[in-house]
Design a protein around this ligand. Structure first.
Ligand code: COA
Length: 155
């Protein structure tokens, strides 16, 4: 089976590959508007300090992505978001590998854990990784979400 290559995004070209995946998954598949989907954290990575993005490529082609928001005070969790794998490549462990790469980046920056807003259908995916749900369901971009957290110090 082909292996996923995961990189930390550092150029505008790599960012465009991640946005290609997100457009396919969130805008086309899930009908999220472009205005809601793409924000200031997605600008030229050489100028953005608020986020770190990862890109997963299969045989050189982009298939998955996710981002870590890092502008939080010491002792607070980093936030993960925009985790996406192209539909044709799901169920092969790629989403999990992207999450583990984001965990490693958070650890490397000294964050104690990660918080994310999980689409409710994806809760089992995050639970498999060790996240626990917190609080009630809420709507974001017209989609049901719940907060989830993981303590990275205990694993
Ligand atoms: N329900 C239950 N379990 C799920 C699941 C789901 N919807 N999606 C994944 N899992 C489980 C897998 O069975 C696997 O379990 P295992 O470790 O026992 O084998 C584990 O989670 C890892 O799955 P993986 O193959 O790495 O996930 P994936 O590559 O299919 O990616 C998503 C998962 C959520 C990123 C992908 O489905 C996706 O892009 N969805 C659309 C975008 C989205 O909703 N993103 C999340 C926003 S919060």
């Amino acid at each position: 089976m082909a292996e996923l290559e995961i990189i930390t995004i550092s150029t505008l070209e790599e960012m465009a590959e991640a946005l290609f995946v997100r457009r396919r998954v969130f805008i086309e598949e899930q009908s999220v508007s472009e205005e809601e989907e793409i924000d200031s954290h997605d600008a030229d990575p050489r100028r953005v300090s608020s986020a770190v993005h990862v890109l997963g490529r299969l045989a050189g082609a982009p298939v998955g992505t996710g981002r870590l928001l890092v502008e939080y005070p010491p002792g607070h969790n980093a936030h993960v978001g925009r985790v996406a794998v192209l539909a044709a490549h799901r169920g092969r462990g790629f989403g999990r590998q992207i999450m583990l790469a984001l965990h490693a980046l958070a650890r490397g920056r000294g964050f104690p854990g990660i918080t994310l807003a999980a689409q409710t259908h994806a809760i089992p995916f995050y639970e498999r990784l060790g996240y626990a749900v917190r609080g009630p369901v809420f709507l974001d971009a017209g989609i049901d979400h719940r907060w989830m957290d993981i303590d990275l110090r205990s694993r």
